[in-house]
Design a protein around this ligand. Structure first.
Ligand code: TPS
Length: 315
């Protein structure tokens, strides 16, 4: 067996599910039961762009999977499988020990989120480590949550707390301190909000990856509405609160939250709160939608706050 094939058999075959055909053929074969459709999402993570060179291999695969699972959750689909592309820098660091840890992390999350590996590709490079995954989810035909369904009169909600990962990156870069390590953990291991049955409850949903303000703009643009965001209402973790109000802009524009941003009609607010409570997922009302365009970030006195940054931009 060639090096690449024995490498795949050793590391990746234990992650493979039935539809992968044991990673022995050129394709996986996936079926979609009648009345259902596939939700497909892909994400790439590049060393020094999406993660730090020191991030442990155990969490890298998990973060990759979780960012994709968060997209599947945002569309209201149930994840079931994924493909994985790994581009490995040549050199001693990414050896069998590194890959065993990387696969152990993936294996743990496969069990947690009920997904298996369908296939993928392994290549080498003289550049940085690049990891890419495509996650497949299923949902009943026509029930997907979209960004374009929000309406004037809806209220705006978020799951979890906002800004922890962006602050966590700053702690790992030595720019701020969080002795608890909570914020760094949130940067390395997002919590995708899979399993919330919000189809038919909320009008619009998306996951927050580029920063709350910028992702509000996405919903506002796609749904052709205006959003008033009550910045005081945006939930902060105890660790973020410890750092004080000076970090508000970083929290709302830094990105990497992987929480859900939801637009909910008044008649479904109770159902939204109940579904999240039963799933053990905190959900908080952070604003309202009205006719018009654009996003206004408001302080507690109702004055508009101008942030210097909008959110994460690759280009
Ligand atoms: C080392 N960051 C990078 S990409 C992105 C964010 C918020 C948006 C989502 O990515 N520097 C390091 N790690 C990070 N995670 C960031 C900066 C922040 P995409 O749009 O590719 O899905």
């Amino acid at each position: 067996m060639s090096g690449e094939f024995s490498f795949i058999a050793r590391h990746f075959r234990p992650l493979a599910g039935r539809e992968s055909l044991d990673l022995r053929d050129d394709c996986a074969l996936i079926s979609c039961p009648p009345g259902q459709e596939l939700a497909i999402s892909t994400d790439t993570m590049v060393e020094n762009v999406h993660f730090l060179p020191d991030d442990p291999p155990e969490t890298l695969g998990r973060k990759l999977l979780r960012c994709n699972l968060s997209d599947i959750a945002a569309m209201g689909a149930a994840p079931y499988a994924y493909t994985l592309n790994v581009t490995i820098p040549r050199g001693p660091r990414h050896n069998d020990t590194w890959f065993s840890a990387f696969v152990a992390g993936l294996s743990e999350d496969q069990a947690q989120y009920g997904v298996t590996l369908l296939g993928g590709d392994t290549t080498s490079t003289s550049g940085p480590l690049v990891l890419s995954a495509t996650v497949f989810g299923r949902l009943s035909k026509g029930t997907a949550l979209r960004r374009n369904g929000a309406k004037a009169g809806d209220s705006l909600w978020v799951t979890g707390t906002i800004g922890d990962a962006a602050l966590g990156l700053l702690t790992l870069q030595g720019k701020i301190s969080d002795p608890s390590g909570f914020l760094a953990d949130r940067y390395r291991l997002p919590q995708p909000r899979t399993g919330l049955a919000l189809n038919g409850i909320v009008h619009a949903a998306m996951d927050i990856s580029d920063g709350l303000i910028q992702d509000c703009q996405h919903i506002a643009e796609e749904s052709e509405v205006a959003i008033d965001l009550q910045t005081e209402a945006v939930p902060a973790s105890p660790a973020a609160k410890t750092l004080g109000p000076a970090w508000l802009e970083q929290r709302l524009t830094g990105g990497d939250d992987y929480e859900l941003l939801l637009a909910c009609p008044p008649e479904h607010e109770h159902s939204l709160a109940r579904i999240c409570r039963e799933a053990g997922v905190p959900v908080t009302r952070i604003g309202s939608l009205r006719s018009g365009r654009g996003v206004r970030a408001l302080n507690r006195d109702g004055q508009v706050i101008q942030f210097l940054k909008g959110g994460w931009q690759h280009f």
